[in-house]
Every structure is written in C-alpha cells, then in structure tokens.
Design a protein around this ligand. Structure first.
Ligand SMILES: *[C@@H]1O[C@H](CO)[C@@H](O)[C@H](O)[C@H]1NC(C)=O
Ligand SMILES: *[C@@H]1O[C@H](CO)[C@@H](O)[C@H](O)[C@H]1NC(C)=O
Ligand SMILES: *[C@@H]1O[C@H](CO)[C@@H](O)[C@H](O)[C@H]1NC(C)=O
Length: 364
C-alpha cells in the first residue's frame, strides 16, 4: 500500500524543469513571441519589448518585461540550461554568438536558428530568428544580444515529451544546422541517436554533407497533445520552401513575412497552384506598425481562416534565391486564435502584379 502511494507520488515530485515557461514562470505547452522592432521615434533602450501568446491568450498580450530579462518567458525557458543538470542540448545558429570565421559554412550551412533542451522526461524546441542568440552554456547565464534589438524577431517554443526528440533530431539533421554548442549525455544518447550524431560530428565544423532525404515533414505532438507540423529541408531541396512545398501540403495560399533586406528576393508567386504573397506592412496586435524591412521574422499564414482557423507557420527561411539552396524550415499548426493574431498583423502585401495593396485585396 505504502509502496503504491510512493509510486504514485514519484512522477509529480520528479517533474522536469525543462519546458516552455510564460513570463510568470508558469509551465506552458507552447508560446509564440513577437519581439517588436526598435522604431526610430522611441528612446534608445527600446527594441526589447515583445508580444506574447499561449493557450490562455485571446491574441497578442504585452510581454511583462524586457526580452533580455532572465524573468522573461525566453529567459525563464532557456535559463535552466545554464544551471547544470544532466540535460541534452543543441544550440544552433547560422550566425553564432561569437562570430567565428565559418568560412564557406556561413553561406552554405542551414539558414536555421534554434535551441533544443531536454532531459529523460521532456524538453522544449525553441525555433527563432535572432542572430547571435543564445549564449553558449559556458557563458553561465542567459542573455539577449544587443544586435537583436533593432529588428522584429519571432520565437515559437513547444514543450515535447522525451520520445519526440529523436524525430526532432532527424528534422534538424535535414536542416544542416550550424551547431556552436551541444551536449548529449551518455544516459540519453541511445534513445536520441540523431541528436547524438549531430552533436558528435558538427560542432563548429559544419560539414557540407548532402542531407537525405532533401526534405521531410512530420507531425509532432506536444506534451499536452497539440499537433505541430515540422517542415525541414536541406540544401539539395533547391526550391522556395513556401510555394513549392508548404502551400501545396497545407492546401492553402500563404502570406509570408520574411527579411527583405537581402539580394535575390523572390517576388510574390501567383503561378499555379497556390498563391504565395510577400507581406509588406505589419502591425501585430495593432500596437505599432512597421515595414517588413524592419522585421527579421519569418512567418507564414493562410490569408483566410475565419471559419475553421487558418494555418500559422514560424521558422527560419526567407524567400530569396540563396536560401532555396540552404537548409531550414518552419513549424506550422492550425489554430483559430493564433491564426487571427498573425493574420490581423499582416496589413499590406505585394500583389501578384508587384504593387503594394491591402493584403485582402492583393490576391489574384
Ligand atoms: C537589457 O538591455 C538594456 C538596454 O541595453 C539594459 O539597460 C539592461 O540592463 C539589460 N537588462 C539585462 C537584464 O541585461
Ligand atoms: C555545399 O553544397 C551545396 C549544395 O549541395 C553546394 O551548392 C555548395 O557549393 C557546397 N559548398 C561547399 C563549400 O562545398
Ligand atoms: C518534399 O517536397 C516535395 C515538394 O517539393 C513534396 O512533394 C514531397 O512530398 C516532400 N517530401 C517529403 C518526404 O515530405
């Protein structure tokens, strides 16, 4: 009898601290974060504000603090990595914190940024768009780079059970990430061979191995059972992620926000069968309005979804020629509240003919 009681109590008392957290330190199954750009009429210390959304939200809420605060949802989520413990982790970013000379790798490795941390019970996968973030574990504490303040940035954090991390590792392998810090403890490695392999061979010496397959999408159930779809592509995919693959798979036209200040930008694509339009002017939660040139985020949404809830994707890849031949991907789901929060942020889009119009009117 006593043994039974003990066994029942054990899982709760051994609850893992590795998961996504909100600004109050409450565990959450997932969150989305929109780091707002530093607009020129604001004081210099701005550019640290963000909007936040999780399962309790009815849309974008104001972040409770600055994104560089260890008490922000990002600080609380990533912070435990720096506190020791027998966790597995992979930090990857094509623009790592201390810009080492990556040589050709900086142009050929996956255009992909993220944080994976897990223990033998569960963990999180945080996909984001911020260069030079987060610091390696040896730095000893969470921080947010000053270079990440100027532009808008996006984050999606999802809490997953341990069993999901092998599949996540397989997706990462396809993405050909540049890993700048990682560790997969012996005790976990056998259950997550893809993670162990990534960590063993790739730290700071990205090898231009051709990923096989060139792309793969998988359904990932979060700890609480929410379905996310991960799209991962490698360099050999050599095509526009959104028009050639995500839109036909989701059976939806897409409006795509991405970083527009690079060369070889792809115009809106209205060729058959699904229409993919570039977003031009953004106002998340109608707090502030900014041009896509001030936003480093990469997200995509269905233009319509009022009845059933449209698709929302947050990820790594811009619509430009160079990134057709780079690894990276996006994490999508269908949810009415999250869709509406992103959809109402897209004010103006580039139409099929190249003119800028209200997104509602830009369609063919
Ligand atoms: C966040 O950044 C601001 C502006 O650079 C700085 O004044 C503040 O001390 C930083 N906060 C933390 C916790 O690092
Ligand atoms: C890496 O692979 C890509 C695609 O397969 C190729 O275009 C590129 O030239 C390769 N880069 C190097 C440095 O070998
Ligand atoms: C890879 O992408 C193509 C579209 O370019 C798609 O038809 C195919 O199903 C994808 N493969 C996988 C394994 O998801």
């Amino acid at each position: 009898m006593l043994l039974h009681v003990l066994l029942l109590l054990l899982p709760a008392s051994a609850a893992s601290p590795i998961q996504c957290y909100d600004d109050q330190g409450k565990p959450v199954d997932w969150f989305y974060l929109y780091k707002l750009p530093h607009l020129h009429h604001e004081p210099a210390q701005e550019g640290l504000k963000y909007l936040y959304m999780d399962a309790q939200s009815e849309g974008w809420d104001d972040g409770k603090t600055s994104i560089n605060d260890s008490q922000s949802c990002v600080g609380r989520t990533v912070g435990p990595l720096y506190e020791g413990g027998d966790v597995g982790y992979i930090l990857y970013n094509d623009q790592p914190p201390k810009q080492k000379d990556l040589g050709d790798a900086s142009r050929t490795c996956g255009h992909t940024k993220g944080v994976v941390v897990f223990d033998k019970q569960q963990g999180f996968w945080l996909v984001h768009s911020t260069p030079h973030f987060p610091p390696p574990k040896a730095e000893g504490q969470f921080s947010y780079p000053s270079t990440g303040t100027t532009n808008g940035q996006n984050f999606i954090c999802v809490t997953y059970p341990f069993e999901r991390f092998q599949t996540i590792g397989e997706q990462l392998k396809i993405n050909q990430p540049h890993i700048y810090d990682c560790s997969i403890p012996e005790s976990l490695a056998a259950a997550v061979p893809a993670m162990a392999q990534l960590c063993k061979h790739n730290v700071d010496k990205w090898e231009n191995v051709s990923a096989s397959p060139a792309n793969r999408s998988v359904s990932l159930l979060s700890l609480a059972g929410t379905e996310f779809i991960s799209f991962a592509k490698g360099a050999s995919f050599a095509n526009d992620l959104y028009h050639s693959w995500v839109a036909p798979t989701l059976q939806s036209n897409l409006l795509v926000q991405f970083w527009r200040r690079s060369t070889g930008i792809l115009p809106s694509d209205c060729s058959p069968s699904w229409e993919v339009l570039n977003v031009d002017l953004i106002s998340p939660g109608q707090r502030v309005t900014f041009k896509t040139t001030e936003d480093h985020s990469k997200w995509a949404i269905s233009p319509n979804g009022e009845t059933s809830g449209g698709w929302v994707c947050v990820g790594d890849i811009n619509r430009d020629e160079a990134e057709e031949k780079r690894g990276g991907g996006t994490v999508c789901r269908r949810d009415a509240v999250v869709w509406k929060a992103y959809r109402t942020a897209a004010l103006e889009c580039e139409s099929c003919s190249g003119t800028v119009q209200a997104c509602d009117k830009a369609s063919r």
